[in-house]
Design a protein around this ligand. Structure first.
Ligand code: GTP
Ligand code: MG
Length: 520
């Protein structure tokens, strides 16, 4: 465990001071409107907290948030975790299971009618029967699990676990609540002028240069700007660049808001402390940015994020290694942003009711099965180092934090491959059809042994500003220092009425940290 301790910051900070709730820019009496919104918001939050608290007394519940940027491994993680609990997985470190204190685990109807149910059965079928990874998901979803267990004292209890799967991109939006349109524009533009982003932003920048922020509002120009800006964000996310810090999150993960005016805006080159004239392009962009915050960001915080007790943040650090040093630095900046959200979200005027909220946060480097066992500890150390640096910036303390390198579903086995006199620690697996390495394209059926590259042990030089390992951003695939192939899920032999256990790496450690104490 790395960063623990109680923060005075959490105890005293209120949601109101942490996230000043901004009035609509055209609102007639801004201060009074803001005050009213704040009171309503607090009232709603506290009513929800009371309701949650009441049901918690009758029925102990843990709300576990599972998040991570797109493709980090959220769906696979939840599927494997629930499968392991329902079926009884091989979880030696998960104490309640190994000591035989879990009697049954079953799925139950979820509590929130407006949230889609996590398609657990479909995902298990795809993984085990079809040996395919589940399709990409882009919205929030939820699943409720009830575990009947025996406490260490012998008393019989039921623990309800609500698992909430939400896109990490939405979490990175929370800092926007505290940011004006002008400041957000300035920051987004500054970031987009650094390489490799600047090249990817060329088309959007060229269009931006034709816009007059003080000119009349113009729907078509706004639509084009939003489209080009979204394309730039999408290009940054491509695996060659693997950038992480790409707000506003709904531009890439719109959920139910696709095509709405609240998603139709883009940064303009305006003074960070300026005020737009009425009916100008600038005023229109600013209005929509504010709508985005009130329609997308604030409800997400109020209805989902503020109600979580535990959180796992899944991080695909290997994708950043594939891409190169800039992607790694970008990931670190995104982690700092995520830590900031946990700081801001904890306190409130009604903190006695809210507390404890997000008491435990686990940062997990996923897909560790792409590496030989000898590199698992290194992957964990690299993530820990990124978080330590991010935590310094984010002044984080208050919740228990742990770090783990895991594979929710282990798609590979280990082997040693001899190259000349060297024995290379390698992995064996079936690359997905179409994956390429060493000039070969794989057919999705053949098992191969690969040596993916050892992760570095010298973290100082890895994180130094002139770190120069080669990734896909700057080099051809065969010249890059790391090349992590994607493998198919493992082949699991099983009879017609048998449910096979899913192999994993350290999933049990994650479970123990996240809910082990609630099953004591
Ligand atoms: N080898 C291996 N690959 C994994 C594992 N978990 C996820 N992956 C790979 O990562 C991809 C994305 O995993 P998902 O679980 O769909 O990720 P997600 O975060 O839900 O992605 P979105 O829904 O698109 O945001 C999968 O298609 C797999 O290729 C794992 O434990 N082992
Ligand atoms: Mg998903």
């Amino acid at each position: 465990m790395i960063l623990t301790g109680q923060s005075p910051f959490f105890g005293e900070q209120s949601i109101l001071s942490g996230f000043p709730l901004r009035p609509h820019p055209d609102a007639p009496i801004p201060d009074m409107a803001a005050g009213l919104t704040e009171i309503l918001e607090e009232a709603r939050l506290s009513a929800r907290a009371l309701m949650d608290y009441g049901s918690h007394l009758l029925n102990p519940t843990v709300r576990l948030g599972v998040t991570g940027l797109s493709r980090a491994g959220k769906t696979v993680f939840i599927t494997a975790l629930v499968h392991g609990l329902l079926r009884g997985g091989r979880f030696p470190v998960f104490d309640a299971l190994t000591t035989g204190r879990i009697a049954t685990a079953r799925l139950e109807p979820q509590p929130d009618d407006a949230v889609p149910r996590f398609n657990y059965e479909g995902h298990v079928h795809t993984l085990i029967e079809e040996r395919r990874w589940p399709e990409s998901t882009s919205d929030i979803s939820e699943l409720r699990l009830a575990i009947a267990f025996q406490r260490r004292s012998g008393a019989e209890r039921t623990l309800t676990i609500d698992i909430v799967d939400y896109p990490g991109e939405w979490l990175l939006d929370l800092p926007l609540l505290d940011k004006s349109y002008e400041r957000w524009s300035a920051e987004s533009l500054a970031l987009s002028r650094q390489q490799p982003r600047a090249t990817l932003a060329a088309a959007w920048h060229a269009h931006l240069a034709t816009l007059d922020p003080l000119g009349r509002e113009d729907e078509q120009a706004t639509l084009t700007a939003a489209k080009l800006f979204t394309e730039y964000l999408r290009a940054c996310r491509d695996e060659r660049f693997a950038m992480s810090l790409l707000p506003p999150g709904r531009f890439l993960m719109p959920g139910g808001l696709k095509g709405s005016p609240a998603l139709t805006f883009a940064p303009l080159d305006v003074a960070a402390d300026g005020t737009p004239p009425g009916r100008s392009l600038w005023a229109m962009m600013r209005r929509r940015y504010d709508s985005y915050k009130s329609i997308a960001v604030r409800p997400f915080f109020r209805d989902h994020f503020a109600r979580l007790d535990r959180q796992i943040v899944l991080v695909d650090a290997l994708a950043a290694f594939n891409a190169g040093p800039t992607a790694l630095r970008d990931l670190e900046a995104a982690l700092a942003g995520i830590l900031d959200c946990f700081n801001v979200g904890r306190g409130s005027l009604w903190s006695a009711l809210f507390r404890p909220r997000i008491e435990r946060i686990l940062f997990a480097a996923t897909k560790a099965d792409h590496l030989h066992r000898s590199s698992h500890d290194r992957l964990e150390a690299i993530l820990r180092r990124m978080l330590d640096r991010a935590a310094m910036r984010a002044e984080l303390a208050g919740a228990s934090i742990d770090v783990v390198a895991l594979a929710a579903v282990r798609a590979t086995r280990e082997a040693e491959v001899q190259r000349g006199r060297e024995h290379l620690p390698s992995i064996l697996g079936t690359p997905i059809a179409g994956e390429q390495a060493g000039g070969e394209t794989f057919d999705g059926e053949t098992e191969v042994a690969t040596f993916p590259g050892d992760l570095p042990t010298d973290l100082d030089s890895l994180f130094s500003d002139n770190s120069t390992f080669r990734g896909l951003t700057a080099a051809q695939p065969d010249e890059s220092d790391y090349r992590f192939l994607r493998f198919r899920p493992p082949l699991l032999e099983h009879g017609p009425d048998e449910t096979p256990a899913l192999p994993h790496i350290r999933l049990d450690r994650a479970l123990q940290f996240l809910i082990g104490d609630r099953l004591e």
